[in-house]
Design a protein. Sequence first.
Length: 294
Amino acid sequence: MALNFNKGGKSGKYFYLDEEGVDYGPFEISELLEKIDRDTLVYFKGINWTKASEIPELKRYFPEEVKVVEKVIEKVPLPAAKPKKSPILLIFVVFFIIGSLLTYSLFKYLDYTKEQEQIQFEQQRIADSMAMVNSQLVLEMERDSMNDALNARIDSLNSVESELMFLQNQDYLADRIDSYYSDIVNNNFDAYNYYSETVDQFISLTNVSPEEVNNVFTSERDYTDEEIYFDRDTFVFDEKINGVYYFTYSIQYRCFRIRRNKTQECDVDIQIGFDENFQIKSYKELKVRNLVFR
C-alpha cells in the first residue's frame, strides 16, 4: 500500500523492434499486442530482446501453430492371384470369423454394461456426497446463527459463496493485511508476495503489475517514518464482482511529510479486492478523514 496523496499516472514498459531494426516504445501490453506478432522481438527491463511468443507473460497471446502433415500412402501392388481354396475350408473360415465377431461383440457389450453401472454408481456417490455437504452446511449455518445481514445476502448462489468465503477466511485475510502493512513500515515490502500477476487498480494506477507496484515504494517518496494501524473491527465483506471478493476497512496512518516538514495524521477508508487465490486484485483509498499536520 502506498498512501499516495499526490497521485500519478501509469506508463508502459514494453519496447519492440520492427523488421528494419527500429525500436519503438514504451507501450502498455494492450497497445503492444496491436503492433506485434509472435516472432517480433520485444524488450523490457530485466530481459534481453526476445521473441514475443517466448516471453512467459506474452506467450499466452500467441498459441502454438499446428502444422498439418500430409501422410503419403504408398501404393502397394496387389498380390498375385492365389489358387482357389476348398469350399469347405472357406465355409469354416467364414463361420470362424462370424463367431469371433459375435464373441468380440458380446465381450464389448458386457464391458459397456459394466462401465455404465460404474458411471451410475459414481453419479450416485457424488449425489450422496453433495447431499451430505449440503446437510453439513445447513447445520453449520444453524449452529453459528448467522446474523440478519448474512441472511439478507442469501438471495443467489453467488451471494452464498461470497458470504461463506468471508466467514471461513476472515481471520486469514486480516492476518495478510496485518503482514502487508508491517512489511511497508519495516521497509520489507514486496508486491509479489501479496498482489496478483495483473492488478486491476492500485490507488490511482490501473492495470498494473506487481513490479509497477514495487516501483511506487522504491521511488523517491514524500513519506517517511510511517506508522499504520489496521482496525480489524472495521474489516467487513462488501461484494463479489467478476470473481473478485471486495472488503472494506479503516486504518490509522501517521508519517513525516518531507516537503511540508510536518507530521501528518489521518484515518483512511480502504477497499481491497482479493482473487480466489487470496492475492490482491484491487487496492483503493476511498476516503481520507481527520487529516491534520503537526
